[in-house]
Design a protein around this ligand. Structure first.
Ligand SMILES: Nc1ncnc2c1ncn2[C@@H]1O[C@H](COP(=O)(O)OP(=O)(O)OP(=O)(O)O)[C@@H](O)[C@H]1O
Ligand SMILES: [Mg+2]
Length: 752
């Protein structure tokens, strides 16, 4: 291949400057679709072609899927090089295994997911005598996770604890860590926390890894958390050839500890750094870029940055109003079907995004009804099924006999006559002897308090696991098959008369297939690799973009992707922005960024949908269009209301619209800018509807409160002075009112 022409020819000057930048820190601060990911990929290839050894390069992406894509691209541009491309978590796991001995860990550690974590936290909570009803394991586990992300050790955390909850967390954190280490397990946060700590305290290792990874490149840097930042920093002291790319407007993972300040402080952190900005968007039409730019400009805590494109103007962005959630699902699916029928697009050109996964149900029915192929991109639900988790627990226990959580999960599954009392005794014995539960099972004869069937049960379980452990070097799928057979799990399902068990049997069979595929891709990989891939998979990793399906995913999962046609559903107050963010400016700004991320995925057509009513959590509620819709520019955005066009008989929603219309000017009727209730109550916009008689308040009724604005009645109970009315306000959450004192106006009612 001559020169670097194929690498650089189709880049802009700025992109080329970034790709060919020599040594020293480089920050690429650029808007959506401006070629950031492309630049990182090309830069890796360029480094390789300039003679940098593959082993000296480390590239970090946000998902495993993005990592494997980048690997493939690099392989095409600079064949024969095995560059480390991975997520931060996979990097952490790999480092911990590779340097396990030096760090004092056993390399066969199990990675615990949030479920496993909560089990151990619960155990630690109970052992510390803390009330585990008041402080749920989830909440305490979440606090521990946050502490680890901030690199706080248990003693440090305890020292800084200011309230009772934090004091409890501090105590439990100690016990939890002890249990984790005893089980030879790492939780997700450990995969960042432990390498970050090791790099901070072990200078020899730090210098070695710094020299090993002379060039570090990071995509989506705006969503880095402090533990990740520490890792990056420590790897870039002697060889500060660090290249990070990101867009502060796309920082959407604050809830997982990401800190937007890290990218904003880059220039201060690395004083000799060079900054390159890319302003040209190559992905979307002018209409889409304009709409998204105007929206994000409403964020106050933001460095202003312009995004331009030479792409055509394109269709206007369309805001579609549906009567209810079912209409929305139906309407979107039919539009997609039509677009495919007309030959304009393929199914796979379409993506549907939503704020939360729970909204996919009505879509699924619409897809099935109209025979449209679709793919819901969400966690690897398959591996979450009980039967698969059971089989995986056997495998985890085989790979790591110390694994307490897995032992307890499978020791009596299928039943081996081992009850809770026997297990308590076993745990006591294991603690006294300072050995793992599986090892303790092997010495059951010594535990005199365990009697009867449990003795042989534990002994046989231990023997079976020992036999299986001798076969650990089998290819993963053969091992899964053997586990199914020897454990009796397969026989249990096969012999069952329960119809569900037939499906479970098929599922564990699929697990064998999954392991086989995994091994076929790369036959040097072991069962530990297989387990790790499953545990570290993110939503989008299971997504098959080759298939001709409509892709359905959350806005969070859509990050970094692009599609010719994008539908964003349920752009409504309470959903986008999400109700949890209401009333807090920085949270609303994060929701706006999330909306911005969704919009900027679209290449040619963008539809923002909302419904007047939506069934959610089993209740039909009136929905308020998102304030974000109001923030879209007037020009280049088209408002569509199919039900108006149909001029159908008045539905309950129309009735509501009419009633509220003196204040809420109907947008479709007047063709004017839509009325969207302001987030802060505006006295001028109060509906002029007579005071509601007490009896008017029923579940589902839409009301206007003087202070809290529009809300839905969610519960009514009692009479007279005892009357209580519960109302959910998008901006203020759920509130309870004493019946005779409510200053409310009924503005709409659910159809009887
Ligand atoms: N110089 C260029 N000429 C033509 N197409 C380009 C150029 N640079 C990038 N593209 C294309 O523009 C699209 C967006 O690029 P890319 O995904 O790298 O952007 P990004 O900045 O990483 O976006 P995001 O912020 O969404 O992550 C891709 O389809 C890419 O192939
Ligand atoms: Mg990108």
């Amino acid at each position: 291949m001559s020169d670097s022409n194929d690498l650089l020819a189709d880049l802009t000057d700025d992109q080329r400057a970034a790709v060919t930048h020599g040594e020293g820190p480089l920050l690429i601060l650029a808007g959506a679709g401006s070629g950031k990911t492309r630049v990182i990929t090309r830069r890796v290839a360029h480094l390789l072609r300039s003679g940098v050894r593959a082993s000296n390069i480390l590239a970090i992406t946000f998902t495993n899927k993005a990592a494997s894509e980048m690997k493939n691209r690099v392989e095409k541009l600079a064949p024969g090089n095995r560059v480390w491309v991975s997520t931060f978590h996979s990097l952490g796991a790999r480092l911990l295994r590779q340097y396990a001995e030096r760090l004092g860990f056993d390399r066969n550690f199990t990675i615990y997911d949030v479920d496993d974590r909560n089990k151990l936290v619960k155990d630690a909570l109970e052992a510390s005598g803390m009330d585990n009803v008041k402080f749920s394991p989830e909440r305490v586990g979440g606090a521990i996770s946050k502490a680890k992300n901030q690199l706080l050790t248990p003693p440090q955390y305890e020292r800084t604890a200011t309230d009772f909850f934090q004091q409890v967390v501090g105590k439990v954190y100690h016990g939890y860590e002890k249990r984790l280490r005893k089980a030879n397990a790492m939780d997700f946060d450990d995969l960042l926390y432990l390498p970050a700590m090791a790099l901070k305290t072990n200078e020899e290792l730090r210098a070695e890894l710094d020299a090993r990874f002379k060039y570090v490149l990071i995509d989506e840097y705006q969503d880095t958390n402090s533990a990740q930042y520490q890792i990056v920093k420590q790897l870039s002291l002697n060889y500060p050839n660090l290249c990070v790319v990101g867009d502060p407007d796309q920082s959407i993972y604050k809830w997982r500890g990401s800190d937007i300040k890290i990218i904003l402080d880059f220039e201060r952190d690395f004083p000799d750094s060079r900054t390159i900005t890319l302003a040209q968007n190559y992905r979307s039409t002018k209409s889409i870029i304009h709409a998204a730019s105007v929206l994000i400009d409403h964020n106050k805590q933001r460095k202003k940055k312009d995004l331009v494109t030479d792409n055509p103007q394109g269709d206007p962005v369309r805001v579609i109003t549906f009567d209810n959630g079912l209409d929305e699902a139906e309407g979107v699916v039919l539009r997609i079907k039509e677009a495919v029928k007309s030959g304009k697009f393929k199914y796979r050109d379409h993506a549907i995004f939503m704020r939360i996964n729970a909204l996919t149900r009505s879509l699924e029915s619409a897809f099935v009804k109209h025979g449209v192929k679709f793919q819901i991109v969400k966690g690897l639900a398959f591996f979450e099924r009980k039967e698969n988790r059971d089989v995986l627990a056997y495998l985890r226990l085989l790979a790591n006999p110390q694994d307490t959580v897995s032992f307890l999960r499978v020791v009596n599954e299928p039943g081996r006559g081992i009850g809770k009392v026997s297990l308590d005794k076993l745990q006591g014995f294991a603690a006294d002897q300072e050995i793992g539960l599986l090892a303790a099972a092997g010495q059951v004869a010594k535990i005199t308090e365990i009697r009867g069937k449990a003795v042989s049960g534990l002994r046989d379980f231990h023997r079976m696991m020992s036999d299986l452990r001798a076969r650990l070097d089998l290819p993963p799928h053969d091992l899964v098959r053997l586990v199914l057979e020897k454990s009796g799990y397969e026989a249990m399902l096969r012999d069952s008369t329960d119809e569900d068990d037939a499906e479970r049997l098929a599922n564990v069979g699929e697990l064998v297939t999954a392991a086989k595929q995994f091994w076929d891709e790369d036959n040097t990989r072991t069962i530990t690799d297989f387990l790790e891939q499953i545990t570290l998979a993110s939503d989008v990793d299971g997504w098959d973009e080759q298939a001709d399906h409509v892709s359905v995913m959350t806005l969070h999962a859509s990050k970094g992707l692009e599609f010719p046609v994008v539908y964003v559903l349920a752009v409504e107050e309470g959903l986008l922005p999400h109700e949890r963010s209401m009333g807090r400016d920085d949270e609303i700004e994060e929701e706006r960024r999330l909306c911005f991320v969704g919009m900027t995925r679209a290449m040619k057509e963008l539809y923002m949908c909302h419904a007047r009513m939506r069934e959610f959590r089993g209740q039909l509620n009136y929905c308020i269009p998102s304030g974000f819709l109001q923030e879209l520019p007037r020009g280049g955005v088209e408002f569509i209301d199919p039900s108006m066009a149909r001029n159908a008989a008045r539905t309950a929603a129309d009735e509501w619209r009419l009633k509220a219309s003196s204040a809420a000017k109907d947008w479709a009727d007047t063709g004017a800018r839509p009325f969207i209730p302001p987030r802060k109550p505006n006295p001028e916009l109060k509906p002029t509807i007579p005071d509601a008689p007490d009896t008017g308040l029923a579940v589902g009724v839409l009301v206007q409160h003087e202070e809290f604005g529009l809300g839905n009645v969610t519960d009514v109970s009692g009479y007279g002075a005892l009357r209580r009315v519960k109302i959910r306000f998008p901006a203020h959450g759920e509130k309870v009112f004493a019946g005779d004192k409510i200053r409310l106006k009924v503005v709409g009612r659910k159809k009887a």
